[in-house]
Design a protein. Structure first.
Length: 276
């Protein structure tokens, strides 16, 4: 490997670690990879460029998933209050199918509320006698995964269908997609590599969706492109004029040397109707 600036390389390795950066060296090995022989022309700067690309991709993913998470918080709380006629339904076991899962959720809620310094939580404690805040406050202190855990345990089939239907999918697919996105969000939060990763979770295949979807027959559902399709589908419902496609193309233009197929992108991916 060519290292033009050894002091710079040492500084990066001190602050990033060789273990983290080594995943970005792997594509530069000659075949067979087990030989650990680097391709001619491999430079430390090329490895860093790949590392920086992955960082930018994570930030983009996280920012787009934030919009989905906020919408799910709102829809879950408000649809539940309307259908069940109870503003405090999230903290009532009456509305949930599995008592153990409900108790686990309540433990999380108790922990989050006890540690919360949010003004609206403090105001509620000081102003009301109810033991728990209403649903729309509770959802604001819960994680993406917690929201999915609550949704999947709702006993009222009509409510589960209404919420999933708002996002244009069936309840089974909705739970699967939220599980996949919660996992991806956690990876982004912990700065894990998403470029060329083969994810462990496989999203449930979606059929007869209300919105425009992609032909998944030749897609690898364990790559990040499939997850981007899920994000794009949900964003098209939440924010129909979203610019995710433009953001991705801008990022790819900045890093034109990146192999998109390593992330599961098909040729002419942005020509698919989903991305228009």
């Amino acid at each position: 490997m060519v290292i033009a600036d050894e002091a710079k390389a040492e500084r990066y390795l001190t602050n990033i670690s060789y273990h983290r950066i080594s995943a970005y060296i792997f594509p530069f090995y000659q075949m067979p990879k087990s030989g650990l022989q680097l391709k001619c022309g491999t430079t430390f700067e090329k490895v860093l460029t790949l590392y920086r690309f992955d960082k930018k991709l994570r930030i983009l993913l996280f920012n787009e998933m934030e919009k989905i998470e906020v919408a799910i918080r709102c829809v879950l709380a408000n649809f539940g209050c309307k259908e069940l006629h109870d503003d405090y339904w999230i903290t009532s076991s009456t509305y949930f199918a599995n008592g153990l899962k409900f108790n686990q959720t309540m433990s999380v809620i108790d922990k989050e509320l006890d540690g919360s310094k949010e003004d609206y939580i403090e105001y509620f404690r000081a102003s009301y006698i109810e033991p728990y805040p209403p649903a729309w406050m509770i959802t604001e202190v819960l994680s993406f995964g917690n929201l999915n855990y609550i949704y999947s345990n709702i006993a009222n089939n009509q409510l589960r269908k209404q919420i999933a239907d708002y996002f244009g999918v069936k309840p089974k697919v909705f739970v699967s997609w939220l599980t996949v996105l919660a996992n991806l969000r956690n990876m982004c939060c912990h700065h894990a590599r998403v470029w060329n990763r083969e994810f462990a979770l496989k999203p449930t295949e979606a059929h007869r969706l209300k919105g425009v979807w992609v032909n998944t027959s030749k897609l690898d559902n364990k790559r990040v492109y499939y997850r981007l399709c899920i994000i794009k589908y949900l964003l098209n419902i939440i924010s129909p004029k979203n610019d995710l496609c433009d953001k991705l193309n801008h990022l790819f233009a900045e890093h034109s040397q990146i192999d998109l197929s390593a992330m599961g992108f098909p040729v002419d991916w942005d020509k698919e109707q989903l991305w228009q």
